[in-house]
Design a protein around this ligand. Structure first.
Ligand SMILES: [Zn+2]
Length: 189
């Protein structure tokens, strides 16, 4: 009742329904909290959340929280030594796309590519692959002629990778090609 009187007296209440704020799209108005109007929003990531209208309009809230969560994961790039997965991801990308990268001749130069989802997002790579089980595991393409994509990749130790390539000859070839088959795996500095 009070709300109705206030709304009649004040300026026409702003309807944010359908408006976009960063990753959020407003679905409808939600119950007021602490005297402030709140809105139910759909986030691009699929979650829903309720946000104060003022937070949306001041652009202080631009996602359900997923942007922040991604940044936390992305904090791994701040110190790559701490994140083996981040290091592997960045080496994988550069040797497939940067002609100056070590090993490019045997990856990008041979037409090995990284799928777009992984190329564009370390978060996606990590969510598909999970963490390397041990520091001895590195990323292995199940079909060596195929590219880096979820269906063709696994974490494997150097021994498993050599087995996958058929024989120890392949391992030697891999070493002479400049791919480390040491416990540090494919992770060049
Ligand atoms: Zn979200």
């Amino acid at each position: 009742m009070i709300q109705r009187i206030v709304m009649k007296r004040g300026p026409k209440p702003e309807d944010l329904t359908g408006k976009k704020f960063g990753r959020l799209t407003v679905i409808c108005e939600a119950n007021q909290k602490w005297g402030h109007r709140h809105w139910r929003c759909a986030c691009q990531c699929g979650r829903q959340c309720i946000v104060a209208g003022t937070e949306l309009k001041r652009r202080r809230t631009r996602s359900c929280g997923c942007v922040r969560r991604e940044k936390i994961i992305h904090g791994e790039c701040a110190d790559p030594r701490k994140s083996r997965e981040y290091r592997i991801w960045s080496v994988m990308k550069s040797r497939c796309s940067n002609p100056k990268a070590t090993g490019y001749d045997y990856y990008g130069g041979k037409g090995i590519t990284v799928c777009p989802d992984w190329r564009n997002s370390f978060v996606q790579f990590l969510s598909d692959m999970g963490r390397a089980p041990t520091k001895f595991h590195s990323i292995d393409r199940i079909d060596p002629t195929g590219g880096y994509e979820p269906s063709n990749c696994r974490w494997a130790t150097p021994v498993e990778q050599a087995g996958n390539k058929g024989s120890s000859t392949s391992l030697r070839i891999r070493i002479t090609r400049g791919v480390r088959a040491s416990p540090r795996g494919n992770c060049s500095p």
